[in-house]
Design a protein around this ligand. Structure first.
Ligand SMILES: [Fe+2]
Length: 239
């Protein structure tokens, strides 16, 4: 059975989600460099569309996680970054240089704005079992992703584990990166000399709740084509 999923300006039948040509047509993706005012999506419409995608994903039979993240990324590529609210952000963790965060939308997707002061380092942490699409709005930062390699103690508990780097991306305005429960589920941010402002579009799976924790790690040995890092959970920072 196919249920329609209506988004502002977009009409997608779930059966079509796995048909890439139909998907591209449905999202009416702009060609690189061909962006027009008509293709831009304001922040409110963006979060409304993301909520609809999350509902289709979470309540509609778990479409492929990467299809869902590609939808969010496609929407993100159309976001009018100037329409995103710029509230004052609260200090997170007491880090120096400082990190500020604040929720800016709470629906099926939970959008958190983050600001990294120049040179700020947001330590690695897991998002099990969530989906996150991180989108830069201003400045630049490196985002690195890792996955747990082998067995690991529950987040926040004692004990060491191995992780391996799976991705590194330089985010700039309009450029994003993502993680799912199945891949790249640990990420860390390092701001450039101008700092960075961005948003994380979080989608949680409340029925499968697990905890999260910051991670401390040491550079590991290169093994084959992988580089392994010895890591341990260090819990949540004070706010
Ligand atoms: Fe995160």
């Amino acid at each position: 059975m196919t249920e329609p999923n209506s988004l502002p300006g977009i009409h997608v039948e779930r059966r079509a989600l796995l048909q890439l040509p139909a998907l591209g047509a449905a999202l009416a993706l702009p060609r690189p460099g061909a962006r027009t005012d008509e293709s831009a999506v304001a922040f409110d419409a963006y979060t409304e569309s993301a909520d609809s995608l999350a509902a289709a994903h979470l309540e509609g039979g778990r479409i492929d996680p990467d299809v869902y993240l590609h939808h969010l990324a496609a929407l993100g590529s159309r976001l009018d970054v100037g329409s995103v609210p710029r509230p004052e952000l609260g200090d997170f963790g007491g880090y120096e240089p400082a990190i500020g965060i604040r929720p800016v939308a709470r629906g099926k997707v939970f959008v958190i704005m983050w600001r990294l002061e120049p040179g700020a380092f947001f330590p690695p942490h897991n998002h099990t079992p969530g989906y996150v699409y991180s989108l830069c709005l201003e400045g630049a930062c490196w985002v690195r992703h890792f996955e747990i390699d082998g067995e690991a103690p529950a987040p926040g508990t004692e004990g060491k584990f191995q992780m391996r780097k799976t991705q590194a991306r330089l985010l700039r305005p309009g450029i994003g990166t993502s993680l799912t429960p199945e891949r790249d589920n640990i990420h860390t941010f390092k701001a450039g000399p101008e700092g960075a402002l961005g948003i994380d579009i979080n989608t949680s799976l409340p029925s499968e709740g697990e905890d999260w924790s910051m991670i401390e790690y040491e550079e590991g040995k290169r093994e084959g084509f992988d580089k392994r890092y010895e890591a341990r959970w260090i819990g949540k920072p004070g706010r």
